[in-house]
Design a binder for this molecule. Structure first.
Ligand SMILES: NC(=O)c1ccc[n+]([C@@H]2O[C@H](COP(=O)([O-])OP(=O)(O)OC[C@H]3O[C@@H](n4cnc5c(N)ncnc54)[C@H](OP(=O)(O)O)[C@@H]3O)[C@@H](O)[C@H]2O)c1
Length: 388
């Protein structure tokens, strides 16, 4: 029995869809937040409907078993099905970039509640804990980050979310060395190689914004580490099932071979006819002008000054602090296990652009909760209210 958390989200949803496709969905027990089992199953089906039609989504959602509840409730759960769990895939997290309190409550306390319950699972063989490669903190110009234990609390972080994910890893290592934990750290998960942004627009809006504004706070020779969700979830299945693994910590990343050079990024957007500002120009946010080159380019590309666009500008700047680091994450451990290497982002940008073909602002709405954007504040008729 596989206990899956986060099955109603982007990466966990893709993991579950893979399980349906490889015939193991009936072995899955999903922890889902909701009033009762029917409500949870309906939430799972709604998430699946982003990928398949309604009837198929409902049929897929009926295949698994469900525990209604949140992570925190697991520590004290007496549900006997938990005793039969042999594998855990812990994907659930609060991924908000603006939250300060709930990222600690969910990502640390919730993870520890799960680990405490896992200790009583007598048949447990493997516990995949999904972290984030950016738990390394703000480390500009390292170029290639290799897997290392999560750094201490005082390491600078751009957002509290990544600090909380580092803390969760440290707490697991300190408090649960007896559990068969394998930490999997994705880099930046964007789109699906066949379905584009249908499963989730996630931060694709930001990459379109990069192309639309044409300015980047990093080196012209720089790059970014992006992987598609279907490749990432397939690697979680690999890491879950391979009998022996050489390590207990893996990047799920593009690495040296598949990182995206900004020159390839630009060429791919141009090749698919995206409305961009090219050639890109590059600036140093630590220079005398600070972030002004980005602000100017943003205002030129998006003259609207409503709350939606102001939030989008703040979100763009925050994501740009990650691009300014100019780093990628070494995936040689993963490849040495014999698993399929990742495709390059430039090779599936076209799929992401054709599907579903909305505006940048509309796609931002899909991700806006990360920036605590309150849709009720959006001006009437704006993309936010239209999409709601
Ligand atoms: N996406 C990326 O680019 C990326 C990159 C690096 C690492 N990661 C890691 O990958 C994992 C999945 O990310 P994602 O993008 O798929 O996130 P997501 O779409 O926001 O999904 C988060 C999932 O966690 C669930 N969840 C949140 N709080 C919970 C709680 N207290 N109890 C139970 N379930 C809870 C959510 O359930 P509800 O539906 O009830 O809200 C949802 O199913 C996270 O651990 C994240 O840190 C993601």
């Amino acid at each position: 029995m596989i206990l899956l958390t986060g099955g109603t989200g982007f990466l966990g949803g893709s993991f579950y869809l893979d399980a349906v496709k490889n015939g193991t969905a009936a072995d899955c027990l999903l922890l889902i937040r909701g009033a009762d089992e029917a409500a949870c199953r309906a939430r799972l089906a709604t998430n699946l409907m982003r990928c398949v039609d309604r009837a198929t989504a409902q049929a897929y959602a009926d295949l698994c078993q469900i525990i209604p509840g949140d992570l925190q409730s697991l520590a004290t759960s007496t549900d006997p099905r938990l005793d039969a769990v042999t594998h855990i895939v812990h994907v659930a997290a609060d991924t908000s970039f603006d939250s300060r309190h709930s990222v600690w409550q969910i990502n640390v306390d919730g993870t520890l509640a799960l680990a405490a319950r896992a200790r009583r699972m007598k048949h447990l063989q493997r516990f995949l804990h999904i972290g984030t490669a950016f738990c390394c903190g703000e480390t500009p110009w390292l170029e290639m980050v290799s897997e290392a234990p999560a750094p201490g609390h005082d390491t600078p972080h751009i957002v509290e979310y990544t600090r909380s994910k580092a803390a969760a890893e440290r707490a697991l290592a300190a408090g649960f060395p007896d559990l068969p934990i394998v930490v999997c750290r994705p880099s930046i998960v964007v789109g699906h190689t066949a379905m584009g942004v249908r499963p989730s627009a996630s931060i694709f809006w930001f990459f379109r914004l990069v192309d639309r504004t044409g300015v980047l706070p990093c080196s012209p020779d720089g790059f970014i580490d992006i992987v598609p969700v279907d490749w990432a979830s397939a690697r979680l299945h690999d890491l879950l099932r391979k009998p022996e693994l050489k390590h207990n910590l893996y990047h799920i990343s593009a690495g040296l071979g598949s990182r995206t050079l900004w020159s390839d990024f630009q060429a791919a957007f141009a090749a698919h006819g995206h409305e961009g500002t090219r050639p890109y120009s590059f600036f140093d946010p630590k220079g005398p002008e600070g972030w002004k080159p980005f602000d100017r380019a943003f205002r030129l590309a998006f003259p609207q000054r409503d709350i939606l666009h102001r939030t989008m500008m703040a979100g763009g700047r925050k994501y740009h602090r990650f691009t300014a680091q100019d780093i990628a994450f070494d995936n040689s451990r993963l490849l040495a296990e014999g698993f399929t290497p990742p495709p390059r982002f430039a090779d599936y940008i076209g799929v992401c652009l054709t599907n579903p073909g909305t505006t940048i602002a509309e796609q931002f709405v899909d991700d806006a909760a990360s920036f605590e954007f309150d849709e009720s504040l959006a001006p009437a008729g704006s993309p936010a209210t239209a999409a709601a």
